[in-house]
Design a protein around this ligand. Structure first.
Ligand SMILES: N[C@@H](CCC(=O)N[C@@H](CS)C(=O)NCC(=O)O)C(=O)O
Length: 348
């Protein structure tokens, strides 16, 4: 079902999710330490992902979930179980994702979700890390003359409901007096279908998702992603508030993948790294000290992540980088040491 709203009636992601939380019968209480124990006892990690977004979380032709967000789930399973396949994937649309987390249906949400203040305060969740620095953009047919959203003239713009994007677009259009009407859809599939069929001339979402959706169109080359970026979309995993130990684990899995990249410890160089004399490499791979212990993990937890899944850079390039159909330049997601803003505190 698509619904048409004027720009003054943009939907609020938080409001929708709060309602679902209320309807789902209250919040699952999280106590520190309980999530990791539950995951270990169960033997699988329940990971919330999108319903299907190429490069981020989608099933391949063998029915296996793959992608950048999926690899975060796999990295956690590698750290906890030494087995990246011990994950149950729970596909969730934008509207339902936070309610599923609150209700305890998933242990972690790894689904292109933007960290905002209201999501943390009113939904009682926490975003421990930013795995992908993104922003919102617009996709149009190359035959359209507009080179910027400021040049839109009486166009319909498709956007998925329950997202930051619906609100940002409404705010942006109103503030800049852009003549556009928002058409909200429940799922990404419906939004893209409406765009493909010409029921809307423009599709808006985070730029990473525009790349993902464009790659799946009949003729990707016929569509342009406009250079304007109208928002900050820091995307990352989310967990329930109340289990600090679990939030720390999620945060440090991401940081470990960054630090491994920074130290040159990749899936290709791991065996050499295990013989390294460099103190920071020795701490990372656990040949010195036992940094995993306080996280509830083994001392070789980073080795497990890098061996089974790779460093942050390997995960980025394999799933969404310039050599993939999505072809996304790493940009802001380069390490701080190579011109980006991905920065991890040291493992010590
Ligand atoms: N980052 C934004 C947008 C996230 C979002 O849901 N984007 C859509 C745009 S295509 C999507 O990924 N849909 C995939 C799905 O629902 O499975 C947010 O957190 O609200």
């Amino acid at each position: 079902m698509t619904s048409r709203t004027t720009v003054s009636a943009g939907s609020l992601a938080v409001a929708g999710a709060s309602l679902l939380v209320a309807l789902s019968g209250g919040l699952a209480e999280a106590q520190t330490g309980t999530t990791l124990k539950a995951v270990k006892d169960r033997g699988t990690l329940n990971c919330g992902v999108s319903e299907g977004l190429a490069g981020f979380s989608a099933k391949n032709d063998k029915g296996t979930w793959t992608g950048f967000d999926v690899d975060f789930c796999r990295a956690m399973a590698a750290a906890i179980f030494d087995d990246p396949s011990k994950v149950k994937y729970v596909p969730l649309n934008a509207e339902k994702r936070f309610a599923a987390l609150q209700a305890g249906e998933i242990d972690v949400l790894s689904r292109n979700s933007t960290w905002t203040l209201a999501r943390e305060t009113s939904l009682k969740i926490v975003f421990p890390a930013v795995t992908y620095f993104d922003g919102q953009g617009f996709m149009v047919r190359k035959t359209m003359s507009a080179q910027s959203p400021l040049e839109f003239e009486n166009v319909k713009v498709c956007v998925q409901d329950g997202t930051t994007n619906a609100r940002n677009a409404a705010d942006y259009f109103r503030a800049n007096d852009v003549k556009a009407t928002l058409m909200t859809t429940a799922s990404a599939r419906e939004a893209v279908k409406a765009y493909e069929e010409g029921r809307c001339e423009v599709f808006t979402s985070d730029v990473s998702q525009l790349h993902a959706e464009r790659a799946g169109l009949g003729k990707p080359g016929d569509h342009a992603i406009l250079p304007d970026v109208i928002s900050k979309e820091p995307l990352g995993p989310a967990v329930r508030q109340g289990d600090d130990a679990w939030a720390l684990l999620v945060k440090w899995v991401h940081f470990a993948m960054l630090d491994a990249e920074e130290l040159g410890v990749t899936s290709q160089t791991l065996d050499k790294a295990l013989k390294s004399e460099r103190p920071e490499v020795r701490r990372l791979v656990g040949t010195d000290g036992d940094l995993g212990k306080e996280l509830g993990l083994t001392k070789d937890w980073v080795v497990r992540i890098v061996r089974h899944v790779g460093t942050y850079g390997e995960v980025f390039e394999r799933n969404v980088g310039t050599e993939t159909p999505l072809g996304i330049p790493r940009g802001l997601n380069h390490l701080w040491s190579t011109g980006g803003i991905q920065y991890a505190p040291p493992l010590q």
